[in-house]
Design a protein around this ligand. Structure first.
Ligand SMILES: [Zn+2]
Length: 506
């Protein structure tokens, strides 16, 4: 009885571990039928080892264990393997060979002189030789991998230099005006369900499960914003993705915990040389070293990657996000001593229950909007002719303001309630302030590409620019934040093998 209970406990444990592994593989786009077959094989192996019945355990190992091991190795190489793993794997093989050589040597020493002793000695010499050879290969391959990465980095540097020198760069104007520039730091690949599917049961655990099964992917832009302020200097809201994140995923996420490597996708980000933060800041006429402050709407890596280029900046973020655990610490490594956690002690602001008047002059208001992350915050910036509201990821796009019709996926429960509360406060703020305009981090609609980018091309929207943004808003949304016809998102799959699909609004 106890033995059976023990076996059942082992089976449950094995199913949990295998389940987590299968979820990781699905995140990394391993096809569903393959995963089902592989999962059944693993289950058969564990069950067969626990209850061999009329098979022997040796047979189970041969007929289920060997294929399962091969499949695991194959899948590891197909989806988890990093090129920088090569030296490590060869090094492990070398260590195994050397340990086996030591064991054979000991066995030989215990035997009396004769054929068996000679056999063990010969094996020890061969294994030691193999160990040393593999060790040498491991060292050589480490050098190769490093050279390859250095070559790729050099290539990227060249492409960025070229983008930097292209004609049409702006020259900085210092006339005492507050300016804001959107900085499009490449695109990120997300599942459509996560981005647009947060209604109709796409919430919480079941929502995540559905995105895993569904796997309809789209590419959305990642925006950070540069602020040129006559009194407070050059600042940013968020910092976008950095070049290494997009182009050396293996190297970049190797700096983080293994879990971040398992949970991130190799082709998660796309970035052209001209989209590099350093290139864009320079082409707007600013020195990236002059950026004094970054208001981080939240801790996620598509907003924090650019911090690698801003070691001098003070990073202002909500303590809840920092305490909640940073999944990708490498992005924060250079600024972790310059963090500033504001206390939201400046009272109400517009429709927001709490705020922080960051400089004490009403120019920059930090507004807690938890939900998307525990310490998410929005930023309101006073400008000539209106005010900009940086939404972060509380609402991904303009149609998301119709929160009863378009919603990103949330964790469910309390977090969803907070997220909706934040959305309602943003709606109320925009309703009360006819000269306020929302600026999004991932808007993939004509609002960002057509209106915002044009209104902010010189950094100065003025009263006219704010009105243009608001007029566009009115063509998409009714005054009670419902979508007007023609603006509902809809997923269009890519042609077979063509990668991410796209979103159409109709
Ligand atoms: Zn984001």
């Amino acid at each position: 009885m106890l033995k059976t209970l023990g076996k059942v406990a082992l089976l449950v444990l094995a199913v949990l571990v295998a389940g987590a592994w299968l979820v990781v593989l699905r995140l990394k786009n391993v096809p569903l039928p393959l995963l089902v077959g592989y999962g059944l094989l693993l289950l058969g192996l564990v069950a067969g080892l626990l209850w061999p019945g009329r098979f022997t355990r040796a047979r189970v190992l041969l007929f289920a264990g060997a294929p399962a091991a091969l499949a695991t190795l194959g899948i590891y190489f197909a989806v988890v393997f990093y090129i920088s793993d090569t030296p490590v794997l060869i090094g492990l093989a070398a260590a195994t060979a050397l340990a086996s050589a030591g064991a054979a040597r000991l066995r030989a020493a215990r035997r009396p002189a004769g054929a068996a002793k000679a056999g063990h000695s010969r094996r020890a010499v061969l294994l030691a030789g193999a160990g040393v050879a593999l060790g040498a290969v491991s060292v050589v391959s480490a050098g190769q991998v490093e050279r390859r990465r250095a070559a790729l980095a050099e290539q990227g540097r060249g492409a960025r230099e070229e983008a930097l020198r292209a004609p049409g760069a702006r020259r900085r104007v210092t006339d005492g005006a507050v300016r804001v520039f959107p900085i499009h730091t490449g695109d990120t690949i997300v599942t459509y369900g996560q981005f647009y599917g947060g209604l109709d049961g796409w919430e919480g655990g079941s929502g995540y499960l559905r995105t895993l099964l569904d796997k309809a992917e789209i590419a959305v832009p990642v925006y950070a914003y540069l602020i040129d302020h006559p009194r407070h200097g050059t600042m940013m809201v968020d910092s976008g993705v950095n070049w290494e994140q997009a182009h050396d995923h293996d190297g970049y996420y190797n700096h983080n915990a293994m879990v971040s490597r398992l949970l991130s996708q190799r082709d998660e980000y796309r970035m052209a040389p001209g989209q590099d933060l350093r290139v864009q800041v320079a082409r707007l006429g600013y020195d990236i070293k002059d950026i004094t402050t970054v208001f981080l709407t939240h801790v996620h890596d598509d907003h924090a990657g650019g911090l690698r280029h801003l070691p001098q900046a003070k990073v202002v973020m909500d303590r809840h996000d920092w305490d909640g655990g940073v999944l990708y610490p490498h992005s924060f490594d250079l600024v972790k001593d310059n963090l500033d956690f504001p206390r939201f002690d400046s009272g109400t602001y517009s429709s927001f229950a709490q705020s922080k008047d960051y400089f004490g002059d009403g120019s920059v208001m930090l507004l807690p909007t938890p939900g998307h992350s525990p310490g998410h915050l929005c930023v309101a910036l006073r400008m000539d002719g209106g005010s900009a509201l940086f939404i972060g990821d509380t609402l991904y796009t303009l149609p998301h303001l119709a929160s009863g019709q378009v919603r990103q996926m949330t964790i469910g429960g309390e977090d969803t309630a907070r997220q909706l509360d934040a959305a309602r406060r943003i709606q109320a703020h925009l309703r009360a302030e006819p000269a306020a305009a929302p600026l999004f981090a991932h808007d993939n609609t004509p609002y960002q590409a057509g209106v915002v980018s044009s209104v902010l091309s010189s950094g100065l929207p003025g009263a006219d620019g704010f009105q243009r943004m608001r007029r566009h808003m009115d063509t998409v949304l009714t005054p009670s934040y419902e979508l007007r016809p023609g603006h509902a998102p809809s997923y269009i799959p890519a042609a077979a093998g063509a990668g991410a699909g796209r979103v159409e609004f109709r």
